[in-house]
Design a protein around this ligand. Sequence first.
Ligand SMILES: Cc1cc2nc3c(=O)[nH]c(=O)nc-3n(C[C@H](O)[C@H](O)[C@H](O)COP(=O)(O)OP(=O)(O)OC[C@H]3O[C@@H](n4cnc5c(N)ncnc54)[C@H](O)[C@@H]3O)c2cc1C
Ligand code: FES
Length: 1230
Amino acid sequence: MPICQLHGAAVTTVEGIGNTKTRLHPVQERIAKAHGSQCGFCTPGMVMSMYTLLRNKPKPSMEDITEALGGNLCRCTGYQEIIDGYRTFCEVCHHGTFTTRIQGKVELFRKEDLLPLDPTQDLIFPPELIRMAESPEQTTQKFHGERMTWISPITLDELVQLKTQYPQAPVVMGNTNVGLDIKFKGVLHPIIISPTRVRELGVCVCVCVVLGVCIGAGCSLSTVQSVLERCVCSLPAEHTQTYAALLGQLRHVGGQQIRNVATLGGNVASAYPNSDLNPILAAGRCSLLLQTKEGKRRVPLDKDFFVGFRKTTLRPDELVLSVFIPISRKGEVVRAFRHAPRKTNALPTVTTGMRVWFHDGSDVVREMSVYYGGVGACTFCAERTSQQVTGRPWNEATLNEAYRVLVDEVTLGVSAPGGQVVFRRSLTLSLFFRFYLHVLQYLKDMTRAHGLPHLCIDVHVKKVRSAQDPVGQPVPHSSALTHATGEAVYCDDIPHMNREVFLSLVTSTKAHAKIIHIDVSRALDMPGVVDVITAKDIPGQKFQSFTGINEEVLVEEEVTCVGQIICAVVADTKQHGKLAAAALKVTYEDLPDRIFTTEEAVEQCSFYAPQRTLQRGDIHMAFQEAEHIYEGEIRVGGQEHFYMETQSMLVIPAREQKEVKVYLSTQHPTCAQMSVAETLGIPANRVSCHVKRVGGAFGGKITKASILACITAVAAWKTERPVRCVLERGEDMLITGGRHPVLGKYKVGFMNDGKIIAADVHYFVNAGNTPDESVLVVEKMLVQLDNAYNIPNLRGQSVACKTNLPSSTAFRGFGVPQSMVVIENMIHDVAMTLGRPAEEVRDRMNLYKGLSRTHYKMEFDPENLHCCWVECKKRSELGRRRPAVAEFNRRNRWKKRGIAMVPIKYGVGFGHSFLQQAAALVHIYKDGSVLVSHGGIEMGQGLHTKVQQVVSRELNIPLSLIHISETCTSAVPNTNPTAASFGTDANGMAVWDACQTLYKRLEPVRKKDPSGTWKSWIATAFQERISLSATGFYRFYLSMDWQKQEGRPYTYFTYAVCCSEVELDCLTGEYRTVRADIVVDIGKSINPAIDIGQIKGAFMQGLGLYTMEELKFSPSGSLHTRGPGQYKIPAVCDVPLQFNVYLLPGSQNPFAIYSSKGIGEPIVFLGSSVFFAMKEAITAARTDVGLSGPFPLRTPATPEHACLACNTHFNQMIPKMEAGTSPPWAMELP
Ligand SMILES: Cc1cc2nc3c(=O)[nH]c(=O)nc-3n(C[C@H](O)[C@H](O)[C@H](O)COP(=O)(O)OP(=O)(O)OC[C@H]3O[C@@H](n4cnc5c(N)ncnc54)[C@H](O)[C@@H]3O)c2cc1C
Ligand code: FES
């Protein structure tokens, strides 16, 4: 939102509605107390969306709430706690939905404790702004910037004059289109006309009941919605066909925030190829009223209006005044359909508006109009298809003829932008078919309103030790309230410093090329530029080596992927830096042999050493004995971390003593400290790294944050100024890499009863252009290869492939979610081959039972795994629901259901002993307050809160006395990454150790004065010169001998089982998770609210990994998906309709603090239960077309892949593409 557009507006921010010092707003309090804030980075956005809703509707319905939050993304929580907190505002609040109980006694939060909503306390709109808006003396406003002038006229005449004077100037209304072009494509408009105050553009008139409604072009889409809703309510249904269809589309256009500003005229004039509105407006016989200085003219909004990519017949000096939408006529049926990668807040893949008009009292078509979006450069009219149908009866013969013409009429080349060519063409047919059905069934609405997500949790905790003991209690995240009020400080919230400058990165545009020349001259001449940093400026080591192989900090001679960092511009502002970075010219010479896929890497033997093998038994012999052998494969796509806070850092040099202070968002401050020291050529004791909190990390802020810190430090060192570097989302996605894409191949030998006796599995891991931690990932994949199954003869081989894609890195699960989905797919194939339910093959035949040994000879007891399995089967009512699913599938041709149950046995800890250590420092001050420092990072997982609970129990003091300020390498040195679900295990134990020391030291004082208080004991201890500061340390021995292929790489296993059911729309591939039940063995939870938050957040991230989040690269290795517009993570609409989490009671774990278990990572894999449920649903669809047996389905199983796998006759009708004619828009990875 440009600041000029806010002239006359009152802006309320999250800080403005309440704070922790004076008064909290209930919207802030409820998200915090309901555990709806983890890392907190999204929390202010959630708060303000809800605040806006309540300002407009103090008693909202659940639909209102989910709609209001539909445009907000959260990467941590899984949304359910947020919804639970906010559902307390609903007038009708169903019992049990907000009071989540523990053992039937303790609630995760209590409604009675919440502040009541009192709208009279809310801020009022400033009267001076009202007076200003109503003043008759308003004049044209002009704002002049460095590069553009913003003109905001008052009257239509002035507007017309301006448009005549500046025909090329855009008319900015909502700015949702122009703004994106300026921000992301660097488009410069020297003049911008903003007529938001021109009254005529915002007028809506119901022209006449028998004609239609005329809507001002400047009306926001939300206004259009309410106008149409009124029309639909007041007019007879036969006249409101177009209105209802438009409303259906409008509900899905962007999120509510977008609809509140985006305008109807803007949507029409932008002429997006996949506009949702233009096809239905065109099919609905709408017209536009246009204005120039010569006068007005009316043009139909039809096929002749759209002439090319974002081009219409509008003249440059012409304005759209209004859009006329006629009523529908008797015998007319109008519908609009869309398919998008996500239900809300996603541009459609294909969208359509269709209208048919029948001759009176007959089924013979009098007129037909079909428009599509998303199938070409502009809104497309299927004119020939419409002609084909006109004059014919509405029946199957006509439909089949229509298909024939439609296939021919809607064509897309192999390289069509956006890809998904076969899918999109198939959608044109299936959406047409859907229209056919609608018409046939006399407008009967096929979409079903879904129920609301419903949470039911059964958590068992041990009896607490004392009334004050918080261990085992659902204590809210210690920063939740400051997250919700905007007071929480993230790296980029640190106030700007004197002489501070900004760092902008210049990255490679080539996947593999020699750098011939870097021309910095133009960049250096640009306003505000201070310097350009290249590899030559690095005073110390020019490379980093995270796993023993060197990686250049700034590349000097040869680039090996698009997005590799070459140099960086230092400028006074971010904007200046960005412009200069764009002006900097790098000349390249292309190098041959680019490698992108794992297949290409194998062909060219392009690997990072060492390759790993892990084996038990004799697979060759076992294959000979097997009654069946099956060979299959699965492609597992990568995943973007999409932490809400992008990589951020601020480096402050103090040259005199060769010191630097680094404030950054990282999971591993020691890694950043050592890397910066080496890069600057100074000892580590001169570098201090500080982390207050991290706005989400998920593995992506270990090595990548360190490299960026090195570059920023070099800039600070050279310029002797504080330097800030905060990546934009697109840059972050381009540069920092993500989860490893994997090609998994397997050969499996099994018996008639489903017992697997041999498996040979190969993992080809796309590691990208640098080794990063890939070799460790590859190792972990093999170690976790067996998942929960006792396969007596098992061999796994894995290799990290060196390719010219951005380097992959750690991501929650560290390769395990990829490794295990391959194994589960193999099991699924076995079940399909035998025609048995997959859970039968999993459970009865193959699950570990009794005291067991893994394939690397680690002994363990799988009893709790078995308990989780049994409990999940019972809780999910699998026995009852499987036949119900089969029955549903028998009754429905185009909707299919699937149900799947998947287990996990997840090893917690790092596979290397040196990583199994942690340290802590605990100070007790004279007033009794306690300051705790430890090596772990608070990144949303509630680590600091749990550590405070540990201190509270050990020192027997209330939580209010305990504070954790930050993680700092000066306080606790030589820390390990906060990762591997090991944060609480390691740091909790280190802090426990320090507290034990302190408690023992205080014992004589306590004994002397048993009736004293904590404060009096501390005062006495000080008088008696007892040290009130102690360090703590924890270590655990682990080992893995790859030569001997045996060891104990984990401290223990976390077990869990999830049963998910989905409903799939076979026509479009869209699906909904109907229900998910998870049973987890988490030992004895230290904080059930936090653990459940981790479970649900991880499940949703897994659901995204396996079914939604698709990274797309161009054939030249450039990432297409660089933001939320192209890359879809789960939103509120993706939460399972029924989502139950159960914690296994009575579990013990002697290997971790208070018998708890690590939970951050394991549940990601359980998102695959949704993938396998989809596979089941697809299997049902394939059965209907006569197909049986295993079939390939890659992850993520996006609607495209799911729909094509159904192999309906719509898919079959699309002619095969000729191979080799031109490259596809996106590559097939891994
Ligand atoms: C996150 C996001 C999600 C979205 N999702 C969807 C979606 O699901 N479906 C969909 O269809 N669209 C979607 N959109 C697009 C959105 O609907 C359009 O960008 C919006 O309607 C344009 O209106 P605006 O007022 O913001 O246009 P602006 O950006 O202000 O202007 C856009 C263009 O229209 C011209 N223009 C505006 N008004 C007039 C006028 N009165 N006369 C002449 N020219 C004019 C301007 O000159 C400019 O070139 C999405 C956009 C965003 C940012
Ligand atoms: S709490 Fe929502 S993004 Fe972290």
